[in-house]
Each structure stands twice: as structure tokens, then as C-alpha cells.
Design a binder for this molecule. Structure first.
Ligand SMILES: [Zn+2]
Length: 288
């Protein structure tokens, strides 16, 4: 038999009330700053001030000023393609206090693609391995660099008006072997067509690469890069300042490829993100 004294009963009631209050408080906080996003997407977190930093695990992001409203701020949180469904928590640290940001990550419905390509491009010959490793390291160095200058002040545009032949995120098997997922979006370009810069920026890579063929990478500042692959002709060089809509080269069929097309990719804080989803997120900044 358990005997509960009046004092203990009162204490338990009080503790219970405190717990309920805390739960309600947490629920209210989560309701205000809770988000949902699929793997491979980048999530725009609109904040009511442009102060402080937002951190999720090891990713620390400076809150960026809203392009149309200096009172507001935002960060773009990229979710890696391989992230499993889960809930993650971040912190918005401001001079006025800290706030918890809760993000629920769901599984985006990506399809599977089976591709057959030239075998040397799936299992490259030994003499190509050094080149591939160098190109990989070069790209990783570019994406890891954070340039705090913002070059753009309007939404991003598609680099070509054409049919999409492969969306971002498809799980890809090459000649029967699961190799990777599709890290960008492919646009049909049967004949060489001018490819347009998606937004203002600075060219940080313009060269022929083993897998990507003729490649251009544009730095838009604040951790955002756009990438364009398989060009037959490059019309820009490293260091060139480009403006949105400017032709940067002609589409082609260079690199690991099943036919002529443009591959368009977006990197956000070093993470390969769904380009079309990224574009819709940025667009929301311009719909006040
Ligand atoms: Zn592609």
C-alpha cells in the first residue's frame, strides 16, 4: 500500500502543471517555427529579423538580409539526398535570444532510372582515374568556399526553355549497377543551343571535364552555385562576371552522357540540391 501525504500530493500536482506548461510552450514554439521538407531539397527559412546565425548540426549559416525587406532575414537549409526521414533541430542565435527551429525531413518520391552508356564512362580506364580525382577535388574546393557577396537580386531562371528529360533525384543504375542519383535536372537540347546564366554571378570554373564534359560553374554568392554540363562550346572563362540571361555557351553531348542535353545543377552550402525546388524557394522571397 502506498500512502501519499498531502505535501507530496501537492508537489506532484505542481510538477504535473509545470510539465504541462512546458509541453504547451514547446508545442507553441514548434507550431511557430516548424517546417517540413523532402530529402534533396533546400528549405528557405524566412525569419523576422536579419540578425544572428542559424545552425543545424555542423552547418552554421549567417542570417541573410531579405532582398526586398531589410527588416526580415532568411537562410537556405540544404537537405542532403541521402538524409533519411527524421526530425532535426536547429538554433537561431540572435543578440536578443535563441530560438529552436524544428524541421521534419520526409522521403521525396524520386523515380529509378536505368541507363546504358559507354562502358569506359562507367568503369573508367586507370589512366583516367587521376584526372577524375583531380576534377572532383577541384569542384569540392569550389563548393566549400563561402563568398559572402550576393550577386543576385531577382529570382533564378531556367537556363533553357525546353522539355525536361530527367528530373533531379532519380536513383540511377548504369549498365545494371546502382551508381548514384541524378544530381541535377536535364533539359532536352538536340542541337547546340545557347545556355543562359540562371542569375548574376561570377564564373568560377569553365573547362572540359571527364564526366561532365564542357562545364561552367557560376558563383552567385552566399554559398549558392549553379552548374551547367555537357557543353559543346564555352563562351565564358574563369573570373568573368555574368548577368542573368547571358549566353555562357552552347549545349552539346560531351562527358558521360546518353544523348545531347543540358544538365543543370544547384549547390547550396556544398550540398547538391533540387534546382527547380530551389528556384521556387527563392521566388517566395519576391512575392511579398
Ligand atoms: Zn543530368
Amino acid at each position: 500500500m502506498i500512502i501519499v501525504t498531502k505535501k507530496q500530493y501537492y508537489f506532484d500536482q505542481k510538477k504535473c502543471f509545470t510539465m504541462k506548461f512546458l509541453l504547451l510552450f514547446c508545442f507553441a514554439a514548434y507550431s511557430l517555427l516548424a517546417y517540413e521538407v523532402g530529402n534533396g531539397k533546400s528549405l528557405l527559412l524566412l525569419l523576422n529579423s536579419s540578425k544572428g546565425t542559424v545552425s543545424f548540426n555542423e552547418l552554421n549559416m549567417t542570417v541573410l538580409p531579405h532582398p526586398l525587406n531589410a527588416q526580415k532575414g532568411f537562410v537556405i537549409l540544404p537537405i542532403d539526398y541521402y538524409t533519411l526521414p527524421s526530425e532535426i533541430e536547429g538554433q537561431w542565435n540572435t543578440p536578443d535570444g535563441n530560438l529552436t527551429l524544428a524541421v521534419e525531413i520526409s522521403k521525396a518520391p524520386y523515380p529509378t532510372e536505368i541507363l546504358v552508356v559507354e562502358s569506359a564512362k562507367v568503369s573508367p580506364p586507370p589512366e583516367a582515374l587521376e584526372r577524375i580525382a583531380q576534377e572532383k577535388a577541384e569542384a569540392e574546393k569550389i563548393y566549400a568556399a563561402y563568398n559572402p557577396i550576393r550577386y543576385w537580386n531577382k529570382p533564378f531562371i531556367r537556363p533553357i526553355e525546353s522539355i525536361i528529360t530527367s528530373e533531379y533525384g532519380s536513383a540511377r543504375t548504369y549498365n545494371g549497377v546502382l551508381k548514384s542519383y541524378h544530381g541535377g535536372v536535364d533539359f532536352r537540347a538536340k542541337t547546340p543551343l545557347p545556355i543562359l546564366a540562371s542569375n548574376d554571378g561570377v564564373v568560377v570554373l569553365a573547362k572540359d571535364r571527364y564526366y561532365a564534359g564542357g562545364t561552367v560553374i557560376i558563383d552567385h554568392g552566399e554559398g549558392i552555385y549553379t552548374c551547367y554540363f555537357h557543353f559543346s562550346q564555352l563562351d565564358v572563362k574563369v573570373g568573368d562576371k555574368v548577368t542573368q540571361g547571358q549566353s555562357i555557351g552552347l549545349s552539346g553531348a560531351t562527358g558521360r552522357i546518353t544523348g545531347p542535353h543540358l544538365h543543370f545543377g544547384v549547390m547550396v552550402h556544398g550540398v547538391q540540391s533540387d534546382p527547380l525546388h530551389f528556384m521556387t524557394q527563392i521566388e517566395t522571397l519576391f512575392k511579398l
